[in-house]
Design a binder for this molecule. Structure first.
Ligand SMILES: [Ca+2]
Ligand SMILES: [Ca+2]
Ligand SMILES: [Ca+2]
Ligand SMILES: [Ca+2]
Ligand SMILES: [Zn+2]
Length: 658
């Protein structure tokens, strides 16, 4: 059934009609006005019409037969009857409902599937067109295409928010205080065809990059388009909490899926899972590994790489039309209502440059040991769910001196705010964030080694992560600390953390999805050169050599990586530099780039989004000495502009909010 896609095209009260037609081109009927042809067979046309279009068809003697008198009411009715919606219906419901609630909802296409279907998200919050320092929550489903109840629950919950905002005080508070992303159909090809995997036959819940091991047909960590979409969305928005809906059993399933060892915040994780299970009487709490081991799951990647509170919910999947569909949706909604406000509990704040006040892309580390979180770089805000107690927070940003704040007391309910201003330090250019790590059996069982990927970040400190035989890791240096090829000096350094040197290979790339440029092999701590000339790279990949050793410290013991040269920084810091000044000022629909050159120079511009994806690239030719002002058309979001003038490269950051 495809005819709900264009519902609303003709305004309110759109009618669906069917009539006999023997011509060759029914499309020309549309020229009459008020008619939109949906489909036709050899003798019948199905069309959307408004009242005028209907009258015209009648006056032409085509005898239209009304099959749906009011498609808006029909769509709503369909939802309330507890059926599994088709791909087209989900798209239609999401499009229409976003349009009907513009004050609290924005529809976003966060990506496309392998076969080009839409991966849509609702961004539900007050002021949905603005960035605000609010905790973000993602409710996602249908990673397994045939688990269609996993699509219905997020959709139902999203509609519950939209329809009850303003009248239900709990919902109003939720929507006002958080940014809630609803992604009902993460695997639209699987949903459309009715199979578990994506269109490449890969199980997307084995394709994510936290201790990835090539299960489920996955050929590389985040190798599939859909996985790249949800991970890039997480990197841009840094959700503090995520609920992922599946159907195979009745479980509230918490990380890890890959390992029997509980994550560092397991006390808090389990207590929130128990609250969920108390709210939905069907549910039982389990550790993912205890149920069955999986490598490359979505929740492990969220917990391990984003630092959020990521939970998988398994529900039963009743047959289509069963009233059980609605009752599962309603029970899940009740549980989510009670838990989502807690995304703002714990610690939060903003991280800024102490000189310019510019928001920073920063990592926040915790003692006692908790998984690090990252700021949303548009405003520099971070949000970490923590159990009550006293913590030390450590803030790290590229090109800045780290700062520690101790004695932070997290209250039993609500949050504590800790802001940090970091002083510039051009020499601080160490690994910023882990993008993926692979699983090896060697050191699987050792709790001191596994799930401690952040030991590879920041300055060398003798604390390391063993990669295992042929294990590998990808580290994001952040844009401000990208590795720049220098013809005469080494470009970056890899540090091993223990006293017995082991061998490894190193690669760099400007995209975490590859392609990788080999920088050769090393043994122990060592400097590296980028081959060729003039390259600028953001990501480093370290691959341990095969080793005879199979103990818990097998493989290369990665302590830290360092970029030797700093590019970019705030525009004000560039004022005195050799090739003049560069600055950006955001405007409606784009930004102004200002370039002041002391002498003529060839200038080129590349624009990247916050996940490092190249959005725009332009050769501007040789610019004359003096002042130049160029408008760059860009959409809302955080952008990084890399300006190259002769051999100098600068990176500038800008946030466009409208
Ligand atoms: Ca908001
Ligand atoms: Ca945000
Ligand atoms: Ca070693
Ligand atoms: Ca270290
Ligand atoms: Zn599943």
């Amino acid at each position: 059934m495809g005819f709900l896609v264009f519902a609303g095209l003709l305004g309110f009260n759109t009618i669906v009609v069917k009539f006999p037609f023997y011509g060759t081109n029914p499309g020309r009927l549309e020229r009459l006005g008020g008619i939109s042809v949906e489909s036709f067979s050899s003798d019948t046309v199905t069309a959307y019409v408004n009242q005028d279009g209907l009258s015209r068809l009648i006056s032409l003697g085509l005898s239209p037969q009304v099959i749906i008198p009011d498609i808006t009411a029909h769509t709503k009715g369909l939802f309330d009857k507890g059926v599994y919606h088709t791909y087209e219906q989900v798209i239609s419901i999401m499009t229409d409902s976003a349009a009907a609630h513009p004050n609290i909802c924005k529809l976003d296409t966060i990506g496309l599937s392998v076969e080009g279907r839409l991966i849509l998200a609702w961004r539900i919050t007050d002021n949905p067109l603005s960035e605000e320092p609010e905790p973000e929550v993602r409710v996602m489903g249908n990673i397994h295409g045939d688990e269609v109840i996993g699509c219905e629950v997020p959709l139902y919950f999203g509609l519950h928010l939209l329809r009850n905002y303003g009248s239900d005080p709990v919902i109003t508070r939720l929507v006002d205080s958080a940014e809630i992303w609803i992604v009902p159909m993460m695997n639209p090809d699987g949903h459309y065809h009715g199979y578990r995997e994506n269109a490449h036959g890969v199980d997307l819940n084995r394709d994510a990059g936290y201790y990835w091991d090539g299960w489920g047909g996955s050929s590389s960590p985040f190798g599939e388009k859909e996985s790249q979409v949800f991970f890039a969305h997480a990197l841009t928005n840094e959700p503090a909490m995520e609920w992922v809906y599946h159907s195979a059993a009745w479980y509230v399933n918490y990380p890890w899926d890959y390992s029997p060892i509980d994550p560092p915040d397991s006390g808090l994780i389990r207590s929130l899972c128990e609250i969920y299970a108390d709210s939905d009487y069907m549910q039982v709490v389990t550790n993912g590994y205890d149920w069955y081991q999986v490598c490359g799951s979505v929740q492990d990647a969220g917990e391990g790489l984003v630092g959020g509170y990521f939970i998988t919910i398994e529900t039963g999947q009743p047959s289509n039309g069963s009233d059980q569909i609605d009752s599962i949706c309603a029970r899940s909604t009740k549980a989510l209502r009670g838990l989502i406000s807690r995304a703002g509990w714990g610690a939060w704040g903003t991280v800024r440059d102490s000189l310019t006040g510019a928001p920073l892309m920063a990592r926040v580390e915790f003692t006692p040991d908790r998984i690090s979180v990252f700021t949303d770089s548009a405003l520099g805000d971070y949000h970490k769910l923590l159990s009550p107690g006293t913590y030390t927070l450590r803030f790290c940003a590229q090109g800045h001196r780290p700062k520690e704040v101790s004695g932070v007391t997290v209250p039993p309910s609500g949050s504590v705010r800790v802001d940090a201003d970091l002083a510039p330090d051009p020499d601080y250019n160490y690994g910023f964030r882990v993008i993926y790590i692979t699983y090896t059996e060697d050191n699987d069982w050792n709790p001191d080694i596994r799930s401690r990927t952040w030991r590879t970040l920041g300055a060398p400190d003798g604390v390391y992560q063993s990669l295992g035989s042929q294990g590998e890791i990808v580290i994001d240096m952040g844009l401000d600390s990208a590795i720049v090829d220098d013809e005469t000096n080494p470009d970056f350094r890899v540090y091993e953390g223990d006293a017995s040197p082991e061998s490894y290979s190193v690669y760099v790339s400007d995209d975490w999805r590859g392609d990788w440029v080999s920088c050769g092999t090393g043994t122990g701590s060592q400097d590296f050169e980028i081959p060729g000339s003039g390259g600028v790279y953001r990501y480093i990949r370290v691959v341990s050599a095969a080793t005879q050793n199979t103990d818990s410290l097998a493989g290369f013991d990665l302590d830290a990586v360092r970029s030797y040269r700093r590019i970019g920084g705030a525009a004000t810091q560039e004022a005195g530099s050799r090739l003049g000044a560069f600055s950006v000022s955001p405007s409606r629909g784009g930004l102004w780039l200002e370039i002041a050159l002391p002498k003529a120079a060839p200038v080129s511009l590349s624009v990247y989004d916050a996940t490092g994806r190249l959005a725009l690239s332009e050769e501007m030719g040789v610019l004359s000495p003096g002042h130049h002002r160029v408008f760059v058309e860009l959409g809302r979001g955080v952008w990084f502009l890399r300006v190259k003038a002769e051999s100098e490269t600068r990176t500038l950051k800008a946030a466009i909010v409208e």
